[in-house]
Design a protein around this ligand. Structure first.
Ligand SMILES: *Cc1c(COP(=O)(O)O)cnc(C)c1O
Length: 353
């Protein structure tokens, strides 16, 4: 850090992304990417013409992508806002509804960015504890005096809460924005997007980085009633009106068009997740029930760090979060069948060592 930096930023603890190794090749199960390629239509669309169009600025309103997404999700176009990854949508929401000393509530074990954005934007962040089974205690989110944010399914736990419970949260804090981060909704959960028409305080965020295999492209979405989308667009237009690049706009449309491919990829992951969870349980490993494309696991007698390290030495990369409640755990992304066989073999060695 230089001596010139703003004092507030000097004190910040930034988000630490999962490793993206460049040298050695790993079985990479640490950042919840898809083992499958993007929909075949994506590669076809990123052609010469598309590259030539790169000399022009992209459409700042993402008109065609918004049309496609509105159609796909059963919303009107003004209820959809594409963003540069869903992290950007989350950032805009924190800026709009929590910045400047206002309160924001999120689970104590959840996506690390919520806490980072709260501190970056000078919001008053409060972490609400999960129960001992690492489940969101949904009633703890009633009657809050600030924005409520949670991932559903939650990360890194995989725990999912149903619509009835989310409706109760929405109704119990009608004057607060309730942000549901659905990064992992496609692996067996049901999106709350249809509830948007009913609740003016519901903000839903999704990403194309996980089930749609476009992490490198940076595309996410915010969904909500038009006034919420206007709030977020005001911020986007005050930072970078072109944050969703032209390639992402084209690829996003193509990804949405191929419903069958997307459904097949998701059900393959769900199938592999269930098989992997069963194998782990048989090995005596504790596995949290997951509705996402990852499993949170704890091996008897080993710290999360030791499991992480043992797997690392055997060429398998997983994620360990070194915080009090996650110290004994590692999060393992569901990859291909072959990836998971390699992971299970490596873990068997680690447990025997
Ligand atoms: C991966 C992830 C995101 C971020 O996705 P991007 O669209 O790649 O920015 C958001 N929320 C959760 C819970 C995630 O795990």
């Amino acid at each position: 850090m230089s001596r010139f930096i703003n004092q507030h930023l000097a004190k910040l603890a930034p988000y630490v992304p999962g490793e993206q190794p460049t040298g050695r090749t790993f079985v990479k199960l640490n950042t919840n990417e898809s083992p499958f390629p993007p929909a075949p239509g994506v590669a076809k669309a990123l052609n010469r013409e598309c590259i030539e169009r790169m000399r022009l600025y992209p459409d700042p309103n993402c008109t065609r992508l918004r049309e496609a997404a509105a159609d796909y999700y059963g919303l009107s176009q003004d209820e959809v806002l594409p963003t540069n990854g869903s992290d950007e949508a989350l950032f805009f929401a924190f800026q709009a509804y929590a910045s400047g000393g206002r309160s924001v509530y999120y689970p104590d074990v959840t996506y690390g960015f919520y806490k980072v954005y709260a501190s970056l934007l000078d919001a008053k962040g409060t972490a609400i504890p999960l129960n001992d089974a690492y489940e969101i205690q949904w009633k703890d989110y009633f009657d809050r005096d600030g924005m409520i944010v949670f991932a559903n399914p939650n990360a890194p736990t995989g725990h999912y809460i149903n619509h009835e419970r989310i409706k109760r949260i929405l109704a119990a804090s009608p004057d607060q924005v309730v942000l549901v981060d659905e990064a992992y909704i496609d692996y067996g959960g049901a999106s709350v997007i249809p509830l948007i028409k009913q609740y003016d305080n519901l903000l839903v965020v999704q990403t194309f980085s996980k089930s749609r295999a476009l992490a490198g492209l940076r595309l996410g979405f915010a969904f909500g009633q038009q006034p919420l989308m206007e709030d977020l667009k005001r911020i986007q237009n005050s930072i970078n009106p072109y944050s969703v690049n032209g390639l992402a706009q084209v690829a996003g449309i193509k990804s949405l068009e191929d419903r069958r491919y997307h459904a097949e990829c998701c059900s393959a992951i769900v199938h592999t997740r269930e098989r992997t969870a069963q194998a782990l349980t048989k090995m005596g490993v504790r596995v949290l029930p997951s509705m996402a494309n990852f499993l949170m696991i704890s091996a008897p007698g080993l710290s999360g760090r030791q499991v992480y390290q043992g797997l690392y030495e055997r060429g398998v990369l997983v994620r360990h979060f070194d915080a009090p409640r996650t110290r004994d755990w590692v999060r393992v992304t569901i990859g291909s069948e072959k990836d998971m066989d390699a992971f299970l073999a490596a873990l068997t060695e680690v447990l025997a060592a």
